[in-house]
Design a protein. Structure first.
Length: 59
């Protein structure tokens, strides 16, 4: 499933606690309008799987 991807090649996830919960950052860019998220362990060492539910404008 991961091919030649190593943990060093993945997007960096950072979470910072705030007054109403958590802010989620991917590669130092804050995500907005996150409704829900789930972090699970991954088969790839040094990695995790992130599932995000968020509001987006389409199209």
């Amino acid at each position: 499933m991961f091919g030649s991807i190593g943990a060093d090649d993945l997007i960096h996830l950072t979470m910072k606690e705030n007054e109403s919960g958590w802010d989620i950052y991917l590669d130092d860019k804050k995500l907005h309008h996150v409704e829900n998220y789930r972090i699970e362990s991954s088969a790839l060492p040094g990695a995790a799987e992130l599932s995000i539910k968020m509001l987006v404008k389409h199209p």
